[in-house]
Ligand binder design. Structure first.
Ligand SMILES: CC(=O)SCCNC(=O)CCNC(=O)[C@H](O)C(C)(C)COP(=O)(O)OP(=O)(O)OC[C@H]1O[C@@H](n2cnc3c(N)ncnc32)[C@H](O)[C@@H]1OP(=O)(O)O
Ligand SMILES: CC(C)C(=O)C(=O)O
Length: 558
């Protein structure tokens, strides 16, 4: 089999509503929805190995810590493990007062009875019932017409009332999902939901949740948003109904669908952390929440330590979070490429406390979600001067002058091109050390002495020149001028910079000198020492030796 030249012979587009007066495109999200995690149900049912009770409990506690207030914890009629987990939460008192557990059941009496049984003694609970209502499911799965499928839902709604009445100690919230909602004629989905509401009779004090799943994502997110808006306009008891979204990600637009669904009037969102769930997953609650956060909206979920949350989720699901996963992936705050690094470095440098976040290429301050800045810039052969400079600054406090940034990044690029690998900050420093600080041939400074008299400085150096010890002496207005005067060859100083590294008694000085021998291109030298004059002298020798190395062999020999 290959892809078809005419896919229309096999695939068709799903129903699109006629909604010319749609309002959602003009809206913005201004507050967080009610969040419901389905990690322990939809997420769990899609795992290679479902979670053990210990893992489920660990995950549950993490969800509570993050701030999720509604947590779908099980499908209690599906397995003894799920049933027992609900019992454990209730009997061992793991459910905080402000948190409501939710459980799912098919619309079948035996399963409904078992589901209510699992909840005995719960102070409050959301009981969630579903049946698929789309044409394909009516025909293929239920072999029922519209009336038959509606009757399944209505009958189950009646059973909910019956079983709930037998456990009056619990404060019940009922939830109904017309499964495959997004692949259903929206008027029919409304018709079924209205029939369920006729049974449940929601009130302001006891609202009903109508959860509208994109069970399989079958169309673009704008189509889903139209369906939500149409549904919200036409459903009875709108004020007493919580419209909930449950998007999957088959087309890769689960997040977009939920966001547009919120614009279209939804009050609540079900999903999973980092997007686990059937097939391509449920909508990722972390991405949704942090998308809001980066628009200045309090998401009411706390991901201040996103890596700790990720660790729990990865260990419980036994699935890795992709390195490129929005916000949480290992590489998502990292720039390897030169122009990105340059812009990020400038963004950080120009930031003032209290500024609106505006660091190029970083939609969120990694520190807000517990990430440090170490991984923001990493250097490989795609990198430029900005990255190299940033790492030396951050890790070693060394601030290369601008022209030296250009020169040194070429030194690094030669190395990364040769190896094809990333270079760490430590490797960059080691290259700087070998190339500049250890540039001691042909001239190795042994010692120096400075005398100052009547504003004139005399500098005497003892130098090993090609292994022969020599003494050079020169005068000038300052040590550097005196040193240049002492050299046995003409040199021109093109640039000079110095700065302190660190503070207090451990402080060091870094000096950078750009020097040119006649008819040669300028090169930099670097010196680091606790004494600034010594650092400068070392920098000059470093530059001189590097210039000599570039010079033709028999030129300038002393
Ligand atoms: C989109 C979702 O994620 S929905 C949730 C899916 N999650 C799960 O299924 C959790 C695990 N499920 C299970 O362990 C099992 O399905 C059980 C224990 C719940 C039920 O198992 P079984 O009794 O063997 O039934 P099974 O799941 O195979 O369902 C098939 C029957 O139920 C009917 N059915 C399926 N869904 C529903 C529903 N929501 N409401 C009413 N009937 C339904 C089917 O039409 C079929 O009926 P038929 O036998 O007359 O043809
Ligand atoms: C049960 C429903 C909400 C579901 O999981 C889905 O449709 O994906």
């Amino acid at each position: 089999m290959t892809m078809l030249s005419n896919p229309a012979s096999k695939y068709r587009s799903y129903p699109v509503l006629d909604l010319p007066d749609r309002t959602w495109p003009n809206k913005t999200i201004s507050q967080a929805p009610i969040w419901c995690s389905s990690d322990l149900r939809d997420g769990n049912q899609s795992l290679i190995e479902p979670m053990s009770p210990e893992k489920k409990l660990r995950f549950f506690k993490t969800l509570v810590e993050v701030g999720v207030k509604e947590i779908e914890v099980a499908f209690p009629s599906a397995s003894q493990t799920d049933f027992d987990f609900v019992r454990l939460l209730i009997e061992e008192g793991h459910i905080p007062e402000d948190t409501t557990i939710q459980v799912l059941t098919q619309a079948r009496e035996d399963l409904i009875a078992r589901t209510f049984e699992s909840l005995k003694g719960a102070p409050k609970a959301i009981v969630h019932m579903y049946n698929a209502v789309s044409p394909a499911f009516r025909r293929i799965v239920f072999n029922q017409d519209k009336a038959g499928v509606k009757a399944i839902a209505v009958h189950a709604a009646e059973l909910f009332k019956k079983y709930a009445a037998q456990q009056p100690e619990t404060q019940w919230t009922f939830q109904y999902s017309p499964e495959t909602f997004s692949a259903t004629e929206t008027p029919f989905a409304v018709e079924v939901c209205n029939a369920v509401l006729d049974v449940w009779q929601p009130t302001a004090a006891n609202k009903v949740i109508l959860n509208l799943p994109a069970t399989v994502e079958v169309a673009m997110p704008n189509v889903y948003a139209d369906q939500i808006e149409w549904f919200a306009r036409n459903i009875n008891h709108r004020k007493n109904v919580i419209i909930s979204l449950h998007t999957h990600n088959d087309r890769g637009t689960g997040v977009a669908a939920s966001e547009l669904g919120i614009l279209a009037g939804a009050d609540r969102v079900e999903g999973c952390l980092f997007g686990n769930g059937e097939r391509t997953g449920n909508v990722d609650l972390v991405t949704l929440a942090l998308n809001m956060y980066t628009q200045g909206i309090d998401p009411q979920l706390d991901f201040s330590d996103i890596d700790a949350v990720r660790k729990v989720v990865e260990e419980c699901n036994q699935l890795p979070v992709h390195p490129r996963h929005p916000y949480a992936g290992d590489l998502v705050h990292t720039a390897f490429s030169g122009s990105h690094q340059d812009a990020i470095r400038k963004g950080f440098a120009q930031r003032q406390a209290g500024d609106i976040w505006e660091v190029p290429y970083l939609p969120i301050d990694p520190a807000d979600i517990g990430r440090d800045y170490e991984a923001v810039i990493r250097v490989n052969s795609q990198s430029g001067k900005g990255g190299v400079t940033y790492l030396l600054e951050q890790e070693y406090g060394i601030q290369l002058p601008r022209r030296m940034q250009i020169e040194f990044s070429q030194v690094i690029k030669t190395e990364t091109d040769r190896s094809g690998l990333e270079v760490s900050a430590a490797q960059i420093y080691s290259i700087l050390d070998n190339e500049y600080l250890k540039a001691v041939t042909p001239y190795a400074l042994q010692k120096h002495r400075i005398q100052e008299e009547d504003g004139t400085c005399t500098l005497i150096t003892e130098v090993s020149a090609n292994g022969v010890t020599k003494s050079w002496s020169g005068c000038g207005n300052g040590p550097l001028e005196a040193l240049v005067a002492s050299l046995p060859m003409p040199v021109e100083i093109m640039d000079y910079h110095q700065h302190a590294i660190g503070s207090g008694s451990d402080a060091q000085a870094a000096a950078f000198i750009e020097l040119r021998l006649p008819e040669q291109r300028p090169v930099f030298g670097v010196g680091i020492d606790s004494n600034i004059t010594t650092a400068s002298i070392r920098a000059l020798f470093s530059a001189l030796n590097r210039a000599q190395a570039n010079a033709e062999p028999d030129k300038n020999s002393a």
